[in-house]
Write a protein that binds this ligand. Structure first.
Ligand code: HEM
Length: 453
């Protein structure tokens, strides 16, 4: 592939970066404080950084042009990084974790469920979930908003994916997924995968959860196969799409993998982004007042619907700015399957390439005063000027988030429905810190007091 004109010809030397004699390379600083480590690298070494992790070459790129190379132009030369490979233990060959031909085919089959013209059917169930949820909140109550948002987005994705009648089961699925994901996070640590092969309690709980999850999901699939036409949820859409497929549709195993993947990818990220949004609003009274003014003007006292989305522009900007300041997917990793050339550097087969939404979204070259929460910065002009990968909360290229449109709609509708009635205020003295697990969680939760509007 000929390099683009802005990229110098292949250099055999490596980009600059920190050196260490520690046996695991820079594994420990990455595990201890990954965001701090990556931020420091970008400040000290710039856009192209090299370091070692457990003997493997790692390249950390912060130039939007290079991200385009990795995620779009040369995407076929990369596969997912080690953390997502480990997630196969739970997600099997679903969209997030599959590769190559399997991924291509599954993506094609799932796409209809997420096409803009089909998204409208999910709007009412989403708003119904949020409307019922806001009735459960009580004036003056102190809650952990991060748990509340998990509960809400779990119910929402459970409802849109599996239909309302399985609400209690959807919650159970969510809990089991949360436990399983905690365990998958541990797999980053040295010797963890070895430990997990042993019959230890954590491993046994994981297996038990997985078996229960499988039986629940297979039962729902069976139910849809027997009564295919009386549901309009996502699983029904997937089934219909797969039945029309020239290769004979999806097997139950494949449907199971997709359902668990979408359930997980769809609720965890949404809950994280909404949690940070409430926090940011509580710290920025002017933005909060603007949000309330828009909601009152557009909706008055009625609930929002699909057709309101285009008028809830400030609400949408609040969500966009929250995804910038606290991106739920805070970094992406890829592993080179063959020798490739990126940005003029030779990246050997097996190398890791790391790209971080957190670092890029806080880069003052693209976002002046980057730590400031400023929904008004999202003017049409900014969107036009920004390089494609200066803002990438949903990734990019053939592996971008299939649920992006769904997420914009859900974020805007849930925010509008809740903010219409409630104003969560941070409990004085509550410690707020990020915890970069698979998503960017709030380390100490988010304790807030509910004030009725
Ligand atoms: C704020 C919310 C969300 C964020 C920030 C987010 C972010 C992302 C990112 C960054 C990726 C790419 C991962 C990679 O390249 O390794 C991704 C993939 C994916 N997301 Fe999302 N996501 C969100 C919501 C959703 C929702 C609501 C759904 C489903 C209902 C969903 C389903 C998926 C799936 C299935 C993939 C894998 C796509 C593929 O590889 O073909 N996501 N998401």
């Amino acid at each position: 592939m000929a390099p683009s004109s802005s990229i110098p010809p292949t250099e055999k030397r490596l980009p600059p970066g920190p050196k260490t004699l520690m046996p695991g390379g820079h594994l420990l600083p990455i595990l201890r404080n990954p965001i701090g480590f990556l931020t420091r690298l970008s400040r000290e070494y710039g856009d192209r950084v090299h370091f070692k992790v457990r003997g493997t070459d790692a390249f950390f790129f912060n130039d939007p042009e290079l991200l385009k190379e990795v995620l779009i132009t040369q995407n076929a030369s990369f596969e997912k990084g080690p953390l997502l490979k480990n997630a196969r233990m739970l997600l099997g060959d679903g969209l997030l974790t599959s590769e190559g031909e399997v991924h291509l085919r599954q993506r094609r089959l799932c796409q209809p469920a997420f096409q803009p013209r089909n998204l409208g059917v999910y709007a009412d169930p989403m708003v119904e979930c949020a409307a019922a949820f806001r009735e459960e909140w009580a004036e003056g109550a102190e809650v952990d908003v991060s748990q509340e948002m998990m509960r809400l987005t779990l119910t929402t994705v459970g409802r849109t994916l599996f239909n309302a009648e399985v609400k209690s089961e959807a919650e159970e699925i969510g809990e089991m997924l949360t436990h399983s994901i905690r365990m998958l996070n541990l797999l980053g640590y040295p010797f963890a995968s070895l430990l997990l092969r042993l019959p230890l309690p954590a491993r046994k709980t994981f297996e038990r959860n997985k078996a229960r999850l499988d039986s629940l999901i297979y039962r729902m699939i069976q139910d849809r196969r027997e009564r295919p036409h009386d549901r309009r949820d996502l699983l029904a859409v997937l089934l219909r799409a797969s039945e029309a497929d020239e290769y004979g549709g999806m097997s139950d195993q494949q449907l199971r993998d997709e359902a668990i993947t979408i359930f997980l990818a769809g609720h965890e990220t949404m809950a994280t982004s909404l949690t940070w949004t409430w926090y940011l609003l509580s710290q920025n009274p002017e933005a909060e007042a603007n949000l309330h003014a828009e909601i009152d003007a557009v909706l008055g006292d009625r609930l929002p619907g699909y057709e309101d989305l285009e008028r809830l522009t400030y609400t949408n900007r609040v969500f966009a700015e929250s995804l910038r300041v606290y991106p739920p997917a805070w970094a992406l990793a890829r592993q080179a399957m063959c020798d490739v050339e990126i940005g003029g550097y030779a990246v050997p087969a097996g190398s890791l390439v790391i790209m971080s939404q957190w670092v890029m979204h806080h880069d003052p070259r693209f976002f002046p005063d980057p730590d400031r929460f400023d929904p008004d910065r999202w003017t049409p002009e900014l969107k036009e000027q920004l390089p494609r990968f200066a803002y990438f909360p949903f990734g990019g290229g053939p592996r971008n988030c299939i649920g992006e449109g769904f997420a914009w709609m859900e974020g805007t509708l849930l925010l509008a429905t809740l903010a219409q009635r409630w104003r969560p205020l941070l409990v004085p003295g509550h410690r707020v810190a990020v915890q970069p697990l698979i998503t960017l969680r709030a380390k100490h939760g988010m304790r807030m007091i509910l004030e009725r509007r």
